[in-house]
Ligand binder design. Structure first.
Ligand SMILES: Nc1nc2c(ncn2[C@@H]2O[C@H](COP(=O)(O)OP(=O)(O)OP(=O)(O)O)[C@@H](O)[C@H]2O)c(=O)[nH]1
Ligand SMILES: [Mg+2]
Length: 414
């Protein structure tokens, strides 16, 4: 296990996260990447030093800490320039990475699907390419471990020319996969149910909620970024309407832009969903900041005008019930739940049904009894009401997702 020293610079801005809180989150990220955090340093500065980020005197001090504590890796809580990274590695004589590299490393470890792996590697290479100047990133490549692995534990390429060729190939592969995915989704959308994307800050309890609701077994862990690939599970609402709940990758404050770019394909599930279910860990001291961070990522993804239900999760962990009451009033469309203890589900499903009902329409059709294809579509996607047979025809009344109804109208030309 690599012994890590974390360095957070405090520029004295007193809004949102404090330096200590940011350091705490970095420690959780480092642990998720398999490091043992042996020391957290907070450095107070008025501005950033262009050469070494923290200034010469501090670098000497950090160097002493590294030697004394037999540190293997220094992780800075901000993005470093190529020059800063190179200077720091030289002065500290220890592999030095920044927050983005750490997050990319976690994603590299967690990527399982083909598409996930390609997206992560692409994000890693996009991050590295402009930094490969002279001896920049190379020192850190020697040792292996955090910051050096690609998806599937293979080592990252560090040769510029090869990186460019690899990026070209990955982009092409991704386009192919994305096309197939869109086709699959179109099929699903046409002849399947409405979708509800479960979104939220990492570790908020999204996968736990999906598991509890749909009796599935998505991996749940008390670490950041357990889920990378979206998982869809069927659920039947009390009115018999079928819906799909989709578990997605967690969001994070200051999520590296390269990652959002690279993960756009996966996150299409969010953009395309009929309804968003935003899971918030209300027991977390930074719950409100996490909510704000999630909304920033949604903005960056271009998600606009979608209905969002906010589920305040982990209420079983909150002692002060006044906090929950306050949060219920502070956000729109809220419901308090415990995904783990299955509390508040009735209210949650009621809310979901309410929003889904808005995207459901009532239709009456007269169809030839031989048109089993259309009848199947109606039965599989909607709730069938009155059915009357009349000679070779059937009069059918049904509630269908608006988009399925639209498609049927197109097919039947009505
Ligand atoms: N006490 C309590 N713990 C919960 C609840 N819901 C989830 N947890 C715990 O929170 C941790 C994270 O849960 P996950 O379901 O993996 O969270 P996630 O949002 O899917 O996380 P990522 O996939 O990493 O983004 C696990 O240790 C869960 O057991 C809850 O209602 N109460
Ligand atoms: Mg998860």
């Amino acid at each position: 296990m690599e012994k890590a020293l974390l360095v957070t610079v405090d520029l004295g801005k007193r809004e949102g996260w404090t330096a200590e809180e940011r350091s705490h989150e970095l420690a959780e990220l480092a642990a998720s990447a398999g490091a043992k955090v042996t020391r957290e340093e907070i450095v107070n500065r008025h501005g950033i030093c262009p050469a070494t980020f923290v200034g010469k005197g501090k670098v000497e001090e950090l160097s002493g800490i590294c030697k004394a504590g037999k540190i293997n890796i220094v992780i800075f809580n901000s993005d470093l320039t190529a020059t800063q990274q190179k200077n720091l590695e030289e002065a500290l004589a220890v592999k030095t990475i920044d927050r983005t590299q750490l997050i990319l490393d976690i994603f590299a470890r967690r990527a399982h699907s083909n598409e996930g792996k390609i997206q992560v590697e692409l994000a890693q290479l996009m991050y590295m390419l402009p930094r490969l100047t002279g001896k920049g990133i190379e020192l850190s490549r020697l040792g292996g471990g955090i910051g050096t692995r690609g998806p599937g534990e293979q080592k990252l390429e560090v040769d510029r020319r090869k990186i460019r060729a690899r990026m070209f190939k990955l982009t092409k592969d991704l386009k192919g996969l994305s096309k197939r995915r869109t086709m699959m989704r179109n099929n699903r959308e046409r002849f399947s149910s409405l979708s509800i994307a479960i979104i939220g800050y990492t570790n908020a309890g999204k996968s736990t909620l999906l598991n509890s609701l749909t009796a599935s077994k998505v991996i749940v862990e008390d670490r950041l970024f357990s889920t990378l690939d979206p998982t869809a599970r069927k659920f039947i609402l009390p009115n018999n309407q079928k819906v799909l709940f989709i578990d997605t990758v967690g969001f994070l404050d200051r999520l590296p832009h390269h990652l959002i770019e690279a993960f756009k394909a996966t996150l299409e599930e969010v953009v395309e969903a009929d309804l968003l279910l935003h899971v918030v860990d209300i027991s977390h001291p930074k719950a409100y900041e996490e909510v704000a961070a999630v909304h920033r990522v949604l903005d960056e993804l271009g998600v606009k005008g979608k209905s969002i239900i906010t589920a305040l999760n982990k209420i079983d962990k909150v002692q002060d019930k006044g906090l929950i009451d306050k949060a219920l009033g502070d956000f729109n469309n809220t419901v308090a739940i415990s995904a783990l203890k299955r509390e508040g589900f009735e209210e949650l499903i009621k809310k979901v049904s309410h929003y889904i009902a808005k995207s459901v329409v009532r239709i009456s059709l007269k169809l030839p009894v031989t048109d089993t294809k259309t009848l199947n579509i109606i039965h599989q996607n909607g709730f069938v009401g009155k059915t009357e047979y009349e000679d070779d025809f059937v009069n059918i009344e049904a509630e269908l997702p608006a988009k399925v109804a639209d498609l049927l109208k197109k097919i039947l030309d009505i």
